[in-house]
Design a protein around this ligand. Structure first.
Ligand code: SF4
Ligand code: FES
Length: 250
């Protein structure tokens, strides 16, 4: 396939960025999107130009580092991660726009790389348990209703990629935050810090400059792991309960 890519180039966090056009003469349809960028970077290196900076680690849809906006859609036209998107999704002659996540709380570091440290700080504000879990316990030793186990597992599949933020017109990270709160809040081990978790994580979410949720739903449409919007309802219920208990001092 012959394709043309328009790539956001930005030297560093303070430089002014711009889209730069590169033609690619020989792209295999079985390449992943990141392998196509690898080919572009080999070409740029041979030509003595600075390769395009982009993040990746697992290239298996697990680590959440690789996200970019492709033709205006976080992770591109398929419901998957950028690393799991393949060039067969596109057609010979296509022109593809590639940009970094656009969100105030995710500042651009270079080219397609953004700083997602805000997510780490939200997790530090409460996304953990303090119960000593020890070695893996015998299955079914701690009874958890199947419906709760399934919902907790679904929420736990969030890989922290940030596509929900990039897709949201408000730049909200509520889907991410709510997935973590739901995952831990549905399990017995997550109960001791349930109130402090939701209070701390929501406070940090707001302090990082993410916007508020207005139930638009773009986040869940862009999420490569299909995290449903109802996790945000659970966050809101937990938050109201924690604020009420805080107000009456119980
Ligand atoms: S909720 Fe979905 S889109 Fe948002 S960080 Fe988690 S996996 Fe990525
Ligand atoms: S490189 Fe790990 S999810 Fe894409």
């Amino acid at each position: 396939m012959k394709i043309t890519v328009n790539v956001w180039r930005q030297k560093d966090a303070t430089a002014k960025g711009a889209m730069v056009t590169y033609p690619l003469e020989s792209v295999d349809e079985h390449m992943s999107f990141l392998e196509m960028l690898d080919v572009l970077n080999e070409q740029l290196t041979i030509d003595g130009e600075d390769p395009v900076a982009f993040d990746s680690d697992c290239r298996e849809g697990i680590c959440g580092t690789c996200g970019v906006v492709i033709n205006g859609i976080p992770h591109g036209p398929e419901v998957t991660t950028t690393c799991q998107l393949h060039m067969r999704t596109f057609s010979d002659g296509d022109v593809i726009d590639i940009e970094p996540w656009r969100a105030g709380a995710f500042p651009v570091v270079k080219d397609l790389v953004v700083d997602r440290g805000a997510f780490d700080r939200i997790i530090q504000a409460g996304g953990y348990i303090s119960a000593p879990t020890g070695a893996a316990v015998e299955a079914n030793n701690i009874p958890v209703p199947k419906v709760d186990a399934d919902h907790a597992f679904e929420a736990a599949t969030c890989i922290g990629c940030g596509a929900c933020v990039a897709a949201c017109p408000n730049g909200s990270a509520m889907l991410f935050t709510a997935a973590k709160i739901t995952h831990l809040g549905l399990l017995p081990q997550g109960q001791p810090e349930r109130d402090s978790r939701v209070l701390g994580m929501v406070e940090q979410h707001d302090a990082e400059g993410f916007g508020g949720c207005t139930n638009i739903g773009e986040c869940t449409a862009a999420c490569p792991k299909g995290i449903p919007l109802d996790v945000i309802s659970r966050l809101n219920r937990d938050l109201l309960g924690a604020l009420s208990r805080e107000a009456i001092g119980s």
